[in-house]
Design a protein around this ligand. Structure first.
Ligand code: NAG
Ligand code: NAG
Ligand code: NAG
Length: 554
């Protein structure tokens, strides 16, 4: 049930811009995805919003800093940055800001919004101006059922002087941007976790304040407060839980609740029992382009945020540009530097399947699941689906190896142990052994009950379910940590892989079952299989809460 993103990205490289629906091969790059139809070209006076990702400074320093603040062995573990300090680190150079502003000004673009970290710029302008700014662009509307988006049907470019200052640009249309509410519920707004670079003030963590977990919804999925209450009445039993979302960022549209949204909210709030929950939602944008990127911008523009974010959303790595993924990866580092924990669903297509050329297939990694700076959650099912028995691999559980991000240090030992384990592996030509391997953990992803439009619905499955479940558990652990005056967990992976390296019992091993994969001559084959240690199907297994709490609360 991972949501798919269909978007045109403009990568403003030094050579020339490359734009397209699919980046598989250059000759395919402007292909319209199945189900979508190109319709009329936009008139020059319609309004578009362009988002520019400006070149950041000190990315290498940021990377090192995230390494230190997330490593339990480092004296700087948990010494997170405030948004102000993060801004001071990554803000674009004056030269970049001046060059881009001058360029926009020269074309009469005045209406731009920045973010606190200074590294994104969102500008509204008429189509005619956008087509001059990006020579070659021709904006058309594309429709698929009720959905409609605006994209350029052709490639577009930028001058090399400008391309130096911009990582990528992305197009938004509609003129209507969601108005994020101001954060309302944090009592410790100022100085919430205000720390200067290099110094540490643990009691500014507002220890009495619960951490906040959150779920995001993209693609016009709504949750219903009434369904959530009905769900808690029906399934909430005797444990203390909340039946209301505390804060919605963005606007909830009217209309029927979405299955994905209901599932996520109901399970993050029952697992993260009694933890305040926010929902980020992005409806109401006609022809909304990229709610995911909109969320990234919000992260860079809000100083008080939930500590744990769970996102059931992903895209094929090969459909995205490298520049885009690299930049989003830096955005995850920024989140890690601030102590946020970001969880992504590993996807529901097993190892995935991509046709390289006719008759030749390969596995298909998913992004952001493949980012080394997020914690990726796979799925399991009960051995006997009608009873609470032990867990085995859910055959849909997404997993594999990135073709873009090299393997991070924290997992080298775990993954090489897996590759050497003697387990029968798929032929090497189907995946990239040197890439970032995922998932990192797993949780039950099969046969959930969800209340939707007041009716309980059985048999809902997917890593969209396991991810909020794991997020809820991490929120509980954060809660205990904060009550003891400790920092939140932040970017979890270095601690997680070390934990298992020490042979702790914080997770239940999953050793049975394989996920789906395709081969040249076999569309539904067996990909990777779970084994007695880390594996690219269920990662480090599923959480054993009391033990995990003990291990992460030393
Ligand atoms: C960032 O926040 C500021 C101040 O709240 C606001 O004026 C600006 O529009 C926001 N930026 C974006 C891109 O929404
Ligand atoms: C649940 O949260 C409320 C409000 O934060 C708090 O007063 C109560 O003690 C919490 N209950 C448990 C069992 O933690
Ligand atoms: C394999 O992954 C590495 C990054 O880890 C990348 O540089 C390389 O291009 C990938 N190979 C293929 C064939 O995609």
């Amino acid at each position: 049930m991972t949501l798919r993103r269909i978007v045109l990205l403009v990568v403003l490289g030094v050579e020339l811009a490359v734009g397209g629906w699919v980046y598989l091969e250059p000759e395919q790059s402007l292909r319209v995805p199945d189900g979508w139809t190109q319709t009329e070209r936009l008139s020059g006076d319609e309004s578009v919003i362009l988002t520019f990702a400006l070149k950041q400074q000190n990315v290498e320093k940021l990377r090192e800093l995230v390494g230190r603040v997330s490593d339990p062995d480092s004296p700087e573990y948990g010494h997170f940055l405030s948004l102000e300090d993060l801004s001071a680190l990554v803000r674009p150079s004056l030269d970049t800001l001046r060059t881009v502003r001058t360029w926009l000004g020269k074309h009469g673009v005045q209406q731009c919004d920045g973010v606190q970290t200074g590294d994104f710029l969102q500008c509204e302008m008429p189509v005619s101006t956008a087509e001059v700014l990006l020579p070659g662009a021709k904006f058309h509307r594309y429709v698929n059922g009720d959905s409609s988006v605006v994209r350029s049907a052709t490639r577009y470019s930028l001058t090399p002087e400008l391309a130096e200052h911009i990582d990528f640009g992305e197009l938004w249309i509609g003129g209507l941007k969601p108005k994020p509410d101001q954060p309302l519920f944090l009592q410790c707004r100022e100085g919430f976790y205000r720390m200067s670079l290099g110094s540490w003030y643990p009691n500014l963590f507002c220890p009495t304040h619960n951490p906040l977990s959150l779920h995001l919804q993209f693609l016009e999925q709504y949750f219903s407060q009434g369904d959530l209450s009905a769900f808690m009445k029906l399934f909430g039993g005797s444990f203390e839980h909340r039946s209301e979302v505390d804060h919605v960022v963005g606007e909830q549209g009217a209309g029927r609740a979405g299955l994905e949204a209901s599932l996520d909210v109901e399970y993050i709030m029952s697992m993260g029992a009694n933890i305040s929950t926010w929902v980020f939602t992005n409806p109401g944008r006609h022809e909304s382009q990229e709610p995911f990127l909109e969320w990234m911008l919000l992260l860079s523009n809000m100083s008080s945020l939930p500590w744990v974010h769970t996102i059931s959303y992903g895209d094929d790595e090969d459909s995205l540009s490298i520049a885009y993924m690299q930049r989003i990866n830096v955005e995850f580092m920024k989140a890690g530097a601030r102590g946020l924990t970001i969880l992504f669903a590993s996807g529901d297509d097993g190892a995935g399947c991509r046709q390289v050329v006719k008759g030749k297939n390969a596995f298909r990694p998913s992004f952001p699941a493949s980012s080394p700076y997020v914690t990726t959650v796979g799925g399991t099912s009960f051995k006997n689906p009608f009873q609470v028995t032990y867990e085995v691999t859910d055959y849909i559980s997404g997993g594999g190896f990135s073709n873009v991000f090299p393997m991070p240090d924290y997992q080298v030992s775990a993954v090489s142990q897996f590759l050497k384990s003697g387990q029968k592996l798929p032929p090497e030509s189907y995946y990239n052994r040197s890439g970032r391997a995922y998932p990192d953990v797993a949780a039950l992803s099969d046969n959930y009950w969800v209340v939707i439009n007041r009716f309980p619905v059985p048999w809902v499955s997917g890593t969209s379910a396991s991810t909020p479940v794991f997020g809820g558990i991490l929120s509980l652990i954060n809660d205990q940590r904060l009550k003891r005056g400790r920092s939140p967990l932040g970017f979890l992976n270095p601690a997680l892989y070390r934990l298992q390296g020490n042979g702790r019992l914080a997770l239940f091993d999953v050793t049975e079952g394989c996920h789906l994969a395709c081969f040249d001559d076999l569309v539904l084959g067996q990909g990777f299989c779970a084994g007695p240690s880390w594996d690219p199907v269920t990662g480090w297994w599923t959480p054993n809460y009391p033990e995990l709490l003990k291990s992460l609360l030393p």
